[in-house]
Each structure stands twice: as C-alpha cells, then as structure tokens.
Design a protein around this ligand. Structure first.
Ligand code: HEM
Length: 408
C-alpha cells in the first residue's frame, strides 16, 4: 500500500528529481487519478489533456478554490496578490477572458515579435560578453535569469536601472504561484513583490500618459482607452502577468534546454554545424524538458471522465510534461531528439489559453542558442545532476555550472 501511494504521490520527495516514473505509472494504470495529497485529479495522457483543455466545462477560475486550501493567516497576507491575480486572463473564463486577451493579442503575433530580433540579439551578445575572462559560470545567474528581464524591459519602457527589480519580483511571486513547498515565507514575499510591482507599473503607465511612446506599455494604454476599455487595475494586472508568465518560464527553457543539450554532445555538434536545426531543437527542449508542469482547471459541473466521477468544483491538474512522454503520440518519447519531424507538444498549453508569449519565448531561445553555440566551444556540464527547485508548477533548476572556451 505504502509503495503504491509513494509510486503515485506527487508530493513525495522522490517526485521532483524524477516525475516521469510516477507519470508513466499513472498513464499506464490510472490516467485519471485522484491524488489525496493534492486533493485533486491528476490527468496524464495526451488525449485526455487535449480534450479537457478544449472543453468549456473546465474553468480556469482556480484562484478561489486554491485560496480555500490555504490557512486564514496566509489568506489575509495574499489578499492584495489575489486582487491582482483576479484580473489575469489566464485565470478568467469567457467572456471576460476574450476581452482581456484581445487587447494584447495583436502585439504578440510572430510578425510583431520578429521586429524585436535586433534588440534580443544585442541583449544576448552583451550577456555572452560577460563570460569573457572566465572559463566557468553558473549559466542561470550569468545568462538564463537576467536575459528575460533585459529583453522585456525595453518594450515595457522600463529604465535600465530597474531591470534587476523585474527579475527579483518575478522570483518572489514564483514560489506562491508555483506551489513551492520549501518556502515558508512565500506569502510575505509574494505580497511585497505584488505591491512593489503594482506601484511600479502604475507609475510606468502614468509616465507613458504624460510622455506618450510607441512601446508595448504605450500600446496597452491606447488599447485601454479604446472600445475594450481597460481600467488602470486591469492594465497593471496585465503588466504583472506578462512579466511573471514570461520570466521564469523563459529562464527555465534556456537552462533546461542547455542542460539537456550538454547531455547529448552529438546533438550539440549537429546544431553547431547546422544552425538551421535550432528552431526544431528548441521545440524538442520545450517538449522534453519544458518549463511548464501541470496547469489547473476546475470542473464547472459534475461529470464522468472515463471511470471517474468528477464533482462540480473539483480541481484537475493537467500534467503537460506527462503528455510530452506519451508514447501513443511521440515515438521514443524518452529520448531527447532534436530532429523530430512534427512536434505537437503542449508546452505552451492548448485551446483558448494557449500561451500568448510563445512567439517571444521561441525567438529568444533560438537567438540565444545560436549565439551561445557560435561563440562558446568545448562547453561542458559542471553540475552533473540537475538540481531542481522543489515546486510543482514549473520545472526549473537552482544552478547550472558550465565550463567553456571562448575566443575573444
Ligand atoms: C518558455 C516559455 C513559456 C512557457 C513554457 C509558457 C507556458 C504557458 C502555458 C502552459 C500556458 C497555458 C496556461 C493554461 O492553460 O492554464 C501559458 C499561458 C500564458 N502565457 Fe506563457 N509560457 C512561456 C512564456 C511566456 C511569455 C514570454 C509570455 C509573455 C511575455 C507569456 C504569457 C502568457 C500569457 C499572458 C498566458 C495566458 C494566456 C491566456 O490565458 O489566454 N508566456 N504559458
């Protein structure tokens, strides 16, 4: 019995280093599984995830049910955080979701994001320049963590002196949103981060009203004043969401991706010789070691899912990284293969909540890997085992030491 529970327990310490043993067992034996420690259903097969993500009977309004599970003290601390999160499109169902998303969607189309290429390239080159004079760095501190904030700061109209704050705020909010287990002060840190972020973005919006600029914040203000009519609170919530949703995930894509590439030296050499393979390799990184783990839905009505009786209000955890290893969809799912012909991964979700920032995340990672492989040689992993953060929602590492040679 104990073995059975351990083998399926997503809160067991053995789960973090190796979630795939548990997921394989669940996909095979109990693909729709009631998990007592999470107090929710865990869904692991690709086909089930795909149909639930497209099914309007599953709501994203997960904030209230989540707060129902935290103590009264913590709930008090998170009131301000909840007020901002309540305006996040990712936590709103139609029709509110459509209104919140529409005001932004056109600025995130691949053709719009392509215009950021020269800026992204400069930020990537600057960070790689910082590798000079050393032959070893913690890739997360030196590159993966600072890059997303530097890239997003320009379109947001954030001055260079405040760029570091963006990364720190998103780090402080992460433990709360990502259900980190070993972070006792996560509610206090999230509260402070959200208050600081909201004050900062309010001031940024006001500054843009006084001195109009054609950057992302300027366009958001324009959209807010248009027929979609966004309040200042909604605009602030959007800026917080975009900063947050796009920070940790992109940092993790870069770090997880490099870490797996270094475990497959032949693939890395292939990419170095043929950079046109890089976009496909980034898709494989998203699938194989993608940053997003489960996304949550709430059953809006009672229903039967296969043999399971799902009650109205039940939480449903959709394990995206389990679907990525489903052999009925991906041949040889446990091999990291940079040249898969068609990669239908769900690392960016599926359906109406499909990641708005996917074109930015893809372009940034493609440029980053292209420049890293072209400027660094003999890259070696100096952290043999990935040192994963103890959290359920994202897959991210604490440190990733690498050594390398670099021509001046
Ligand atoms: C590798 C990087 C990224 C990954 C793996 C990722 C993953 C995801 C996933 C799985 C979802 C769906 C959530 C759900 O269905 O509940 C999502 C939604 C979202 N993402 Fe991303 N994301 C990334 C980068 C970004 C970036 C760069 C931004 C913006 C700057 C962003 C903004 C959003 C937004 C706004 C949503 C909500 C969309 C909606 O509800 O309509 N993400 N992301």
């Amino acid at each position: 019995m104990l073995l059975m529970e351990t083998a399926r327990d997503l809160k067991h310490p053995a789960f973090i280093p190796d979630p795939h043993t548990v997921y394989l067992r669940l996909r095979t034996e109990e693909p729709i599984h009631w998990n007592p420690s999470l107090r929710g259903w865990v869904i692991t097969r690709y086909s089930d995830l795909s149909s639930i993500l497209k099914n309007p009977s599953f709501s994203v309004a997960a904030l209230q049910p989540f707060l129902g599970h935290v103590g009264i003290d913590s709930r008090r601390k998170t009131e301000r955080v909840s007020a901002v999160l309540a305006d996040w499109m990712v936590l709103n169902d139609p029709p509110q979701h459509g209104r919140l998303r529409k005001a932004l969607a056109k600025y995130f189309l691949p053709q719009e994001i392509a215009g950021l290429r020269p800026m992204i390239l400069s930020r990537v080159e600057e960070l790689i320049n910082g590798f000079r004079g050393r032959n070893q760095v913690d890739f997360i501190q030196a590159f993966a963590f600072p890059l997303p904030a530097r890239v997003i700061s320009e379109p947001f109209g954030v001055s260079p002196e405040r760029v570091e704050d963006l990364g720190e705020w998103s780090e402080d909010l992460k433990d709360f949103v990502a259900l980190a287990r070993s972070s006792p002060d996560k509610y206090d840190r999230a509260k402070k981060a959200v208050e600081d972020m909201a004050a900062f973005f309010r001031e940024t919006l006001r500054d843009h009203s006084r001195n109009p600029r054609d950057d992302f914040t300027g366009r958001l203000l324009e959209a807010g004043a248009g027929p979609e009519g966004l309040s200042e609170d909604e605009m602030v919530a959007k800026l917080v969401l975009l900063l947050f949703a796009g920070h940790e995930t992109r940092a993790s894509l870069l770090a997880n991706g490099l870490s797996w590439l270094l475990r497959c030296p032949a693939s890395m050499e292939k990419l170095r010789l043929n950079p046109s393979l890089i976009p496909g390799a980034v898709e494989e990184m998203l699938q194989y070691v993608g940053p997003a783990q489960p996304v949550t839905r709430i059953a809006a009505e009672k229903m039967r899912l296969a043999d399971a009786n799902v009650r109205q209000g039940d939480r449903v955890f959709l394990a995206l990284n389990s679907a990525a290893r489903d052999s009925s969809v991906f041949p040889e799912p446990n091999s990291f293969k940079i040249g898969r012909n068609s990669n239908r991964h769900m690392a960016f979700g599926l359906g109406i909540h499909f990641c708005l920032g996917a074109p930015l995340a893809r372009l940034e990672a493609q440029i980053a890997f292209d420049r890293l492989l072209s400027r660094l040689s003999r890259i070696q992993l100096e952290t043999p085992q990935p040192d994963w953060h103890d959290e359920l929602v994202t897959r991210s590492m604490e440190r990733l030491f690498i050594s390398y040679d670099m021509a001046m």
